[in-house]
Design a protein around this ligand. Structure first.
Ligand code: NAP
Length: 269
């Protein structure tokens, strides 16, 4: 897809991956509507994007898990952009820790924001994407959706659900003018990771957000099915998880004490 002139909605565009994606797409000529719960942070992000890219960028604040907010977002985006060509389901939250130590409210919040909100927003936007003639849905999942990591069971459930949702929908819409891409970022240097102390020795080497987003944009331009970060090392790990999952279990068993301590406070809900 050529991004010039495309009308793009990005959930969670006030920081991190969503903000950088807005910047890179704006530089390619896209027109954008962004969301985020913190109205001030969103307004500041929109102003900065307008100033640095000269592009048409708008903000619609609110919690994407709220149905009324999703309805407002769709109405505002239609009014501001005159249609939608691309929906990026990027807003997400995480709460790490042992399953027994994770509250029901935290688990439900992750599933609402990371899985149910993207499904319902996609359903609502789909007729408009069909009208576009060349519609695109980009779902930002996580590497944890491809391979379960201890102390992220709830997050893995939500993100793996989002990934399979996208794959099923891509096949459902094949030949109907709407494509779906699933993105599997590894640990990325954003606000979301500031409460995690997991490091490269535990498999959480932080990648630069510009590089991660560069891959996402390349995937969008190439009509890719998925964007997987981490190169050959990551591919080898995924192959091992498929062919010899006990070896991956053994690796995590050795890591468990350090990893549990490092992610105990990882909270970005
Ligand atoms: N960073 C990583 O290591 C990593 C790895 C794999 C996948 N991901 C995924 O990448 C996506 C973006 O995360 P990020 O790392 O860029 O985090 P981030 O810097 O914290 O950005 C998250 C963005 O989403 C917004 N947001 C969060 N919950 C929202 C809600 N309920 N309604 C509306 N907006 C909401 C945030 O603004 P407000 O807080 O103001 O709402 C912010 O704009 C997430 O889906 C995350 O799961 C991240």
């Amino acid at each position: 897809m050529n991004m010039q002139g495309k009308r793009v909605v990005i959930t969670g565009g006030s920081s991190g991956i969503g903000h950088e994606l807005a910047r890179q797409l704006a530089l390619k000529g896209a027109r954008l509507v962004l969301t985020g719960r913190r109205a001030e942070a969103l307004a500041a992000a929109v102003t900065a994007l307008r100033e640095t890219t000269g592009a048409e960028v708008y903000g619609v604040p609110g919690d994407i898990a709220d149905g009324a907010v999703r309805e407002t977002l769709l109405g505002q985006a239609m009014a501001l952009l005159g249609g939608i060509d691309v929906l990026v389901n990027n807003a997400g939250g995480v709460r790490a820790g042992r399953l027994e130590d994770t509250t029901e409210a935290e688990l439900r919040a992750m599933i609402e924001v990371d899985l149910i909100a993207p499904i319902l927003l996609t359903r609502a936007v789909l007729p408009v994407l069909r009208d576009s003639g060349a519609g695109l849905v980009v779902n930002i999942a996580s590497g944890i959706a491809q391979m379960g990591v201890p102390f992220y069971a709830g997050y893995a459930a939500a993100k793996a659900g989002l990934a399979r949702f996208g794959e099923a929908l891509r096949r459902e819409l094949k030949g109907e003018g709407v494509h779906v891409i699933t993105v599997y970022p590894g640990a990325t240097e954003t606000r979301m990771m500031t409460t995690s102390r997991a490091d490269a020795s535990m498999g959480f080497a932080l990648q630069k957000v510009e590089d991660v987003v560069g891959s996402i944009v390349a995937g969008m331009e190439a009509d890719a099915f998925e964007v997987v970060r981490g190169g050959e090392v990551r591919q080898a790990m995924l192959a091992q998880n498929r062919d010899d999952p006990a070896a991956v279990d053994a690796r995590f068993l050795a890591l468990k004490p350090q990893l549990e301590a490092a992610v105990r406070d990882h909270n970005a809900l």
